[in-house]
Design a protein. Sequence first.
Length: 388
Amino acid sequence: MNWKMADRAEKMNPSVIREILKVTEKPGIISFAGGLPSPKTFPIAAFTKACANVLGSDGEAALQYAASEGYGPLREWVAASLPWDIDPAQVLITTGSQQALDLIAKILIDKDSRVLVETPTYLGALQAFTPMEPEFVSVASNAGGIDLQDLAAKAAGARFLYLLPNFQNPTGNSMNEASRAALSAAAARLGVPIIEDNPYGDLWFDAPPPLPLTARNPEGCIYMGSFSKTLAPGLRLGFLVAPKALYPKLLQAKQAADLHTPSFNQRMVHEVLKDGFLDQHVPTIRALYKAQRDAMLAALEANLAGSGVTWNKPDGGMFLWLKLPKGMNAVDLLPLAVERNVAYVPGAPFYSGTPEHNTLRLSFVTSTVEQINTGIAALAQVFSENQR
Ligand code: PMP
């Protein structure tokens, strides 16, 4: 049979990270590479109870086809949980927030459309947008946020700016109040819509982050959230909040994609959430991740202080970002790290433009403190032996 691939399929690539991580699949390896939440945080007992309640009280509806917009009470919960005025009719429940990225790409990107992204940015967003064949334009970014002069220089004709203001993937960096206020004003002035991706915002350690960008200009933004990091990623449950004018097109894209997000999962999650469960549950995740972050920072300090390697101190989320001395290459060093039973994700795949090869991402959430200590000591050895 002569299968002829569509041009768009030819342009799809396997996740670069997945390919890189194949070398890290080794029994006993200490992995700082994954993007997974800690399974210790999954509320299995609450779901066991909710499952019985949903099936007992509402089994037929929970197992039937349902509305593409999502389960009404869950949409109301989402609207009420966010700190600006939202009509539940603006909430679309999605099959993970990853699907929200796909739907947004389908309705907003044409071939060669200009799409602005942070430097670096979430690889899964680059993957979701790529089949629509945009022209990616990296806007210069640093720990404080994106460079507004560079944004102004690149904004003309952009379909949107995609960004993660809270505990970014991959860097762990967050935007402070002043940079949010300035960015929000600049985007409005330049007429650039914002896609705000916020799967990590609830995982703050000492103080909640400043107001989302969407709260400052709801008509100029699409906001995305997820239950993957506060409940469990296997549920595949996320959402977007869109201006009313955009909603019908997003809904049509959603219908075509999968009719609706599983009714059963939506009802289970609503059953778990409805009496304030997250108010007790999320603080336990914050406490665990904060202790893990502190352990990793202490291990980095003990093993790498003065070595020329630098790192940030994230205020929440799951990741921190390392910079090796210039000239060192984190992709080349990964097999050497794996030989010593430790893995990380090189930073290069997270850049849509020219990568900084000396960067890498470390997850601090899935390893024990003991593993963190052993793993960071091993990494430090690899770095010092290969110092250029
Ligand atoms: N956005 C970002 C920035 C992410 O890190 C992730 C998960 N790794 C997602 C979206 C997708 O999350 P989910 O589909 O599980 O909601």
